[in-house]
Design a protein around this ligand. Structure first.
Ligand SMILES: NC(=O)c1ccc[n+]([C@@H]2O[C@H](COP(=O)([O-])OP(=O)(O)OC[C@H]3O[C@@H](n4cnc5c(N)ncnc54)[C@H](OP(=O)(O)O)[C@@H]3O)[C@@H](O)[C@H]2O)c1
Length: 410
């Protein structure tokens, strides 16, 4: 089988390495040899010194118009011009393996049906959770159950930053360290503002609930306003804070959000630290399933890509019917507990006042600051906002700093 690769960056190089290194064993399993024929890049000069240079081109037609290339690996990222290349590859009867969450979360359904029309496959395991095999189990195994909840840490960069903040580092130093280790890009917006996690949650939720979801409908909140005192206060209350992606289905409505949220110390996601990702799926019959592993990185991600290549060559066919469109409702419409942090100059009085408003309230304060945090009763965000508005008039409360959702097992 002749393969064309679109993109030769982190993941592309990993795919090249695995296909070169493990070719003999893969060929013996598949009964045919995998041969890379061409690799597309943007800037030839960057690649002149590389071993793979003889395969490299900056002309997409050399892959798209080559009849011998039967499978295209798309690891160049973005939507434009990538979508067009992938669409054309499919129309030319080529199978596609992609790691591109931007494209799959926005256009996955169109590409899947285009592939069906043209009698080819499109596989996208690496688009969620990097090296964690989550898409294939979701399609092949979990889809026979009724999944009702997904919660996960889907972005390694923000998880790394938050883990270091839990160790006592401030946000900017943790971001700088993440950059130095190659875990954060020079512009980290997509990661720290929750947009990357939102794309992955869109893909997972669509597959889990069998609905077409618009990525922009999922509210995303970043991690940039969390500080060390939040971690200290959450710790005193028995929680850690994680960059979470959550969705659940209740009746015909899907509720979803990406936000930093408190997680109980005994929750599986509490131990998902650093750049590691973790995903928990709850299904009516299967109960709980947990997945954890490297959410990004050259070789873990390449492993997922190569797994897809092998599946396609072995003849795996994926069949979906058309998913119905489904509007997302904000998670905040569901009753949940919240962490609230306030500033006070009279801690004792503030605690008394708070316990008049909320029945079942847990509180913590930091001796060295005038911050108090508490965990509310279960209520909707709208109701919480109403209570917090009333609290602003209390003499004991100087300022309401922030509130965050709490992930609880229900
Ligand atoms: N990095 C990870 O750990 C990871 C994990 C999971 C999924 N992914 C996904 O995998 C994909 C690739 O990520 P990456 O980190 O490998 O990206 P990357 O390191 O930035 O590499 C991108 C490659 O694509 C080429 N490219 C970009 N635009 C192009 C264009 N218009 N025409 C031709 N070539 C073009 C670049 O060429 P030049 O080399 O000439 O610049 C480069 O070789 C993305 O969709 C990403 O979301 C990445």
């Amino acid at each position: 089988m002749e393969i064309g690769i679109l993109g030769f960056g982190t993941v592309g190089k990993g795919v090249y390495e695995l296909l070169s290194r493990n070719n003999a064993s893969m060929s013996s399993v598949l009964g045919e040899e995998l041969r890379i024929k061409k690799i597309l890049v943007k800037d030839l000069n960057k690649h002149r010194q590389e071993e793979a240079y003889p395969f490299i081109t900056d002309n997409p037609e050399e892959i798209l118009e080559d009849r011998d290339i039967k499978l295209v690996v798309e690891v160049m990222g973005g939507i434009d011009p990538t979508y067009n290349y992938v669409e054309r590859a499919i129309e030319k009867g080529k199978n596609v393996v992609t790691a591109n969450k931007d494209m799959i979360s926005a256009k996955g359904s169109e590409l899947y049906f285009k592939a069906r029309e043209n009698g080819v496959e499109i596989a996208f395991e690496a688009s969620v959770g990097g090296g964690i095999p989550i898409i294939k189990p979701m399609i092949d195994y979990i889809s026979n159950d009724i999944v009702y909840e997904i919660s996960g840490i889907l972005n390694g960069t923000s998880n790394y930053i938050m883990s270091r903040m839990e160790d006592g580092m401030d946000y900017n130093s943790a971001l700088k360290e993440a950059r130095e280790k190659g875990y954060a890009e020079s512009d980290p917006t997509n990661d720290v503002e929750g947009f990357d996690a939102r794309r992955k949650l869109t893909i997972l939720s669509s597959l889990a609930y069998k609905r077409k979801i618009n990525v922009e409908d999922i509210p995303a909140r970043g991690i940039t306003d969390i500080d060390i005192n939040d971690f200290k206060l959450a710790g005193l209350l028995g929680y850690s804070i994680k960059p979470l992606a959550m969705s659940c289905i209740r009746g015909d409505s899907i509720y979803s959000m990406v936000a930093p949220a408190l997680v109980e110390k005994n929750n599986f996601l509490n131990n998902v630290r650093g750049v590691i990702n973790g995903i928990r799926i709850k299904g009516e019959s299967l109960g709980e399933l947990m997945f954890t592993g490297a959410g990004a990185g050259k070789l873990p991600t390449a492993t997922a890509v190569v797994g897809d290549i092998m599946d396609i060559i072995k003849g795996r066919k994926v069949k979906f019917s058309r998913f119905e469109e489904c509007a997302i409702r904000p998670y905040s419409e569901i009753d949940m507990r919240f962490y609230v942090r306030i500033k006070t100059q009279n801690g004792g009085q503030a605690m008394e006042d708070i316990s008049v408003i909320f029945d079942d309230v847990k509180m913590a304060c930091l001796p060295e600051s005038d911050d108090i945090a508490f965990i509310t009763d279960k209520l909707t965000e709208e109701k919480l906002r109403l209570y917090l508005n009333n609290m602003r008039f209390m003499d004991s409360v100087c300022n309401i700093d922030k509130y965050l959702p709490v992930l609880e097992d229900r």
